[in-house]
Write a protein of this length. Structure first.
Ligand SMILES: [Zn+2]
Length: 246
């Protein structure tokens, strides 16, 4: 490439990268959600006071009462190999009353922060579900870590939901190991330490799940076909949503 052409390309690239930076003017990584920027005073607060009777989100700066849809969030969880993803795929497009989403779809290395309990990841999901809910349909979220109430209940965005309902798929430890070993090699799930960790997580759901606050409903998938598991999860989702209407 002649030198002049190289210069043109270089100029275009730097102009493009300047343009790409334009939409993010010094916001200190604050997410500009519809709730967070007050429609009255313009201040950014994500810790609004909730009055469920409205429901309204009240701006702590100016007292503006912002009406919003306060819906439940349903969470379908379980250890790796318990069947979350296959149920989510089996039910895709079959439950019109809710929006079904898999937690892993937004995972990025930046979320891998065990020191703060992956809080950024869980807050991001609550923020997405809250925004999806403003179109009138609650979210059913499928994922592992979000099935632990201690990860979700303390989050700032938890306040924008009427409740979080938890269902965990569980199965026998041997079956869980068998399913993880049967996964394609690139997923790295046959590693004995990985299997042991998920068996422990599976046992935690079985033993502690019903005693957490709020409690976790359990669905044992041992000896149950994927089709029947999907049917039972659909029934759980519908019963949760009809409870809300009552
Ligand atoms: Zn305000």
């Amino acid at each position: 490439m002649p030198l002049s052409a190289q210069r043109v390309v270089k100029t275009e690239i730097s102009a493009l990268s300047a343009l790409v930076r334009v939409p993010f003017p010094n916001q200190e990584h604050r997410e500009a959600s519809m709730f967070h920027v007050c429609q009255n005073c313009g201040m950014w607060r994500r810790d609004k006071t909730i009055d469920p009777a409205g429901p309204v989100a009240i701006c702590p700066e100016c007292g503006h009462r912002h009406p919003f849809k306060m819906l439940p969030l349903l969470i379908v969880s379980g250890a790796g190999g318990a069947g979350k993803s296959s149920v989510c795929q089996a039910l895709a497009g079959k439950i019109d009353e809710a929006v079904l989403l898999e937690g892993d779809i937004i995972w990025r290395p930046e979320f891998n922060q065990p020191d703060d309990g992956f809080r950024g990841f869980f807050e991001a999901w609550l923020r997405i579900a809250m925004n999806v809910g403003q179109s009138g349909r609650p979210v059913v979220l499928f994922g592992a870590g979000m099935g632990v109430p201690a990860n979700m209940e303390p989050c700032i965005h938890r306040r924008y939901f009427s409740r979080l309902s938890y269902l965990a798929l569980v199965c026998d430890d041997d079956l869980l190991a068998e399913r993880l070993r049967a996964r394609p090699e690139w997923r790295g799930c046959a590693d004995p330490a990985f299997i042991a960790a998920h068996q422990q997580f599976n046992r935690w759901f079985r033993e502690e799940g019903p005693t957490t606050a709020p409690g976790i409903d359990l669905l044992d998938t041992t000896g149950v076909s994927p089709e029947d598991t999907a049917r039972q999860v659909a029934a759980w989702i519908r019963s949760q949503l009809s409870t809300d209407k009552a």
